[in-house]
Design a binder for this molecule. Structure first.
Ligand code: PGA
Length: 256
């Protein structure tokens, strides 16, 4: 199966800096059919970067989108507007859920909006530190996963990517700490089983699941070799070219 390395730049880099950074990455990357490199710049940089990028090497993702196609939603950007600019959209990132009160209903509707606008949703799931401590991880992930996919037809499931990011392991979270690969492996197994029970083994196996949470060049290999992990969603380390490129190299080595 194809692997994915996705860099989430969050609210970093001006448009000019984004362009210079993309240029640097494009110069140093070679295209690969089995490894998709994706970056998610701020929305204001998407249009110029969409003209600059070489989609054989790097594809673009939006960091979020509104679920409506158009209308009176001041400050929002729809998947209809993003269509043609990006191939992917991150949906339901924990920062959107926590800081901007994105609800499960919004997430589900945005996944559907992305699909009807020919954009691949990267549906993010993850339990908070408190949910983790109180043993609620499985329940939370089940609701986020099956809820997020509930408006997706069985045939459209092949156009969806899942990203599991324990909120307590995200680098910007207070007191964040690394998730042990063994624990991530157990959670990925649980997610695959849920997908198998709900959609059948063939569909479940074909759905890419990425891992994210303080991924860097020293731990990328350990996460990428977990059975059932098909790539990484990288925040902080994606802001530094050498680190991001090293993670991509590691992903290529793991595939070989
Ligand atoms: P991080 O961010 O790699 O800095 O932990 C990951 C994310 O929030 O997607």
């Amino acid at each position: 199966m194809k692997s994915y390395i996705v860099g989430n730049w969050k609210m970093n880099f001006s448009v000019g800096e984004s362009s210079v950074y993309l240029h640097k990455l494009l110069q140093r990357l070679r295209g690969s059919r089995s490894l998709e490199v994706v970056v998610a710049p701020s929305s204001i940089a998407l249009q110029p970067l969409s003209l600059q990028t070489d989609r054989k090497k790097i594809r673009l993702a939006a960091q979020t989108a509104n679920s409506h196609d158009f209308g009176a939603y001041t400050g929002e950007i729809s998947c209809t507007q993003l269509r043609g600019l990006v191939d992917y959209c991150i949906i339901g990132h924990s920062e959107r859920r926590q800081l901007f009160h994105l609800t499960d209903k919004d997430v589900r509707a945005t996944v559907a909006a992305a699909l009807r606008n020919q954009i691949t949703p990267i549906l993010c799931l993850g339990e908070t530190a408190a949910e983790h401590t109180f043993g609620e991880t499985h329940d939370v992930l089940r609701d986020q996963l099956l809820g997020g996919l509930s408006e997706v037809s069985t045939e459209d499931l092949s156009r969806v990517i899942i990203a599991y990011e324990p909120v307590w392991a995200i680098s910007t979270t207070t007191g964040a700490h690394l998730a042990a690969p063994e624990e991530v492996a157990a959670t990925i197994k649980y997610l695959r089983q849920l997908l198998t029970d709900t959609y059948g083994a063939d569909t479940a196996e074909a759905l890419p699941i990425l891992y994210g949470g303080s991924v860097n060049p020293s731990n990328a290999g350990a996460y990428l070799t977990i059975p059932g992990v098909n790539g990484l969603l990288v925040g902080s380390a994606s802001l530094i070219a050498d680190q991001f490129l090293e993670i991509i190299e590691i992903a290529k080595r793991v595939q070989d």
